[in-house]
Design a protein around this ligand. Structure first.
Ligand code: ADQ
Length: 483
């Protein structure tokens, strides 16, 4: 029976040994959340790294890990510490991630990182090939595996390969700076369908192909050898009902649903009934615009001092890639900014920024989404951003305002949010004021339009549209032009 194989750097489960006991936990990343429904259907499997390097597990544990993974329909690609240092922290996260998010000054092009990236993509190819049968479909995810489509195509001409990039695809002028740009493009062109979140990313990709390769392109179809490769946009959605229903449930049992965190915030809010909460949630990543957000909140408090004592920014940052230097510097900058602003502006009864550096369980996340009057999602660059969509899904009482950066892919679909340039503090400050003062009627009108769109194009629909597009792409036969 034909199957779909999902391939991504990390498997959708986290494995840990605690005092000799294996603990299996679902992971919280955007991709894991998004692909859950596709993976659970049929007899598909998910191939990726387990999170445990070869060095830390004994041969017996390896068997135990593989058995535990098999129960989750997962197969692991064995990676060692050298791979993680060079392929993952190196080429993927110190070269491709900053480059594709326009952080050129952070980009490190190291030959050893690149060589490891090539080797690890080959390791992934070897595991996929072991499980691949004629007629199967392979759906490859993200920037860590740009070479994989071509590696599989070289070995199996007749399989169907889809590739989806979860981060932005940069303009040609940025992409061209990469020493291995030809190899990366060649790798991606092994796919039958290449998907991006927005049409802008599609345009940038096609422009890179046009300039770097002498290939015929017809709108979004690339004629390559005897194949047609389609390129298209598929804006990723969320599991809308999960968030919406959790919020409904929360409102039904408000007291038992309240987390310790929110109880504490409520307690400190008690003195001021009018007090409002602005929410900020992201991975601690320099692309998410965290320092800019804090600075624009400070700018807002100074521009509109009547709000001092009446508004709190609740900022949640999940630790991420903590052993990459730029992430350590960002954490330091954030800690210092929050400390300075709270030091400057706090009173006995009011602390302007409540900052939490940790991941939260789902229920607490919902509690925060539900309890906030405004959400600020203001990355300096972001492929899509699912937090913006999750916030909208939890607004079951038709109130709440989303402030959204024009640099997030999500801005292309979510016009009814207050759209800002995250580098423009003055505009952002005015938007915060507008959000806090927006009439109930306008909040409702904007939310209704957003909810209608986000609920219709949810993550299941996204996956279905991609797989449908992949089928069409595979069956598109190149037109023979008469000589
Ligand atoms: P990410 O950069 O990880 O994903 P995002 O799309 O915002 O960013 O997804 C983050 C996920 O983590 C959300 O589901 C959110 O709820 C969860 N999360 C955030 N903070 C949390 C916390 N403190 N505790 C628990 N959970 C938390 C990449 C790209 C994005 C793209 C996605 C999907 O960078 O642009 O939208 O992939 O394609």
């Amino acid at each position: 029976m034909e199957k779909t194989i999902i391939v991504s750097n990390r498997l959708p489960v986290d494995l840990k040994y605690n005092e000799g006991k294996l603990i299996v936990k679902s992971s919280t990343g955007g991709l894991a959340t998004g692909m859950k429904s596709v993976h659970s259907e049929g007899n598909g499997i998910w191939i990726g790294w387990s999170g445990l390097t070869e060095e830390v597990i004994s041969p017996e544990q390896k068997t135990e890990v593989n058995e535990a993974l098999a129960k989750e329909k997962c197969v692991s690609v064995p990676l060692n510490q050298y791979d993680i240092d060079n392929y993952y922290y190196g080429f993927s996260n110190a070269a491709l991630w900053p480059l594709f998010h326009y952080f050129q000054a952070y980009t490190e092009f190291e030959l050893v990182h690149w060589q490891s990236y090539v080797e690890v993509n080959q390791k992934f190819a070897d595991v996929v090939l072991e499980h691949l049968n004629e007629g199967d479909t392979v759906w490859i995810h993200d920037y860590q595996l740009l070479l994989l489509p071509e590696l599989l195509r070289k070995k199996r001409k007749n399989i169907t390969i889809g590739f989806f990039l979860h981060i932005p695809y940069p303009s040609y002028e940025i992409f061209r700076t990469c020493p291995w740009r030809d190899e990366l493009l060649q790798g991606m062109l092994g796919a039958d369908l290449i998907g991006f979140h927005t049409y802008d990313y599609v345009r940038h990709f096609i422009s890179s192909v046009e300039r770097l390769k002498d290939i015929e392109i017809n709108f979004n179809e690339i004629s390559y050898g005897n194949r047609i490769i389609k390129v298209d946009s598929f804006p990723m959605g969320i599991d809308y009902n999960k968030y919406h229903n959790a919020a409904l449930e929360h409102h039904k049992y408000p007291e038992s649903s309240k987390s310790e965190l929110m109880k504490n915030i409520d307690f400190h809010n008690k003195s001021n009934e009018e007090s409002k909460l602005i929410l900020s949630i992201d991975r601690m990543d320099y692309t998410k615009g965290i320092p800019n957000r804090i600075k624009s909140f400070e700018y807002f408090l100074n521009k509109y001092p009547e709000y001092k004592g009446k508004v709190r920014l609740v900022m949640l940052a999940v630790p991420s890639r903590e052993n990459v230097l730029q992430y350590q510097l960002l954490k330091k900058e954030t800690d210092e900014l929050v400390g300075r602003i709270n030091g400057d502006l706090s009173t006995i009864s009011w602390t302007p920024i409540w900052y939490f550096y940790r991941a939260l369980p789902f229920d607490e996340l919902i509690d925060l989404y539900v309890s906030s009057d405004v959400a600020m999602v203001t990355p300096v660059r972001d492929g899509m951003n699912l937090v913006a969509k999750e916030y909208i899904a939890t607004r079951t009482k038709e109130n709440g305002v989303l402030i959204l950066s024009e640099m997030a892919g999500a801005a292309k679909e979510m016009h009814e949010a207050l759209i800002v340039n995250p580098n423009n503090f003055d505009q952002t400050a005015d938007c915060i004021k507008e959000a806090l003062e927006m009439s109930a009627e306008e909040q409702k009108t904007r939310l209704e339009a957003l909810q209608k769109r986000i609920s219709r194009y949810d993550v299941e629909r996204w996956a279905k549209e991609f797989l449908k597009g992949l089928k069409v792409a595979k069956n598109t036969v190149p037109v023979q032009i008469a000589q």
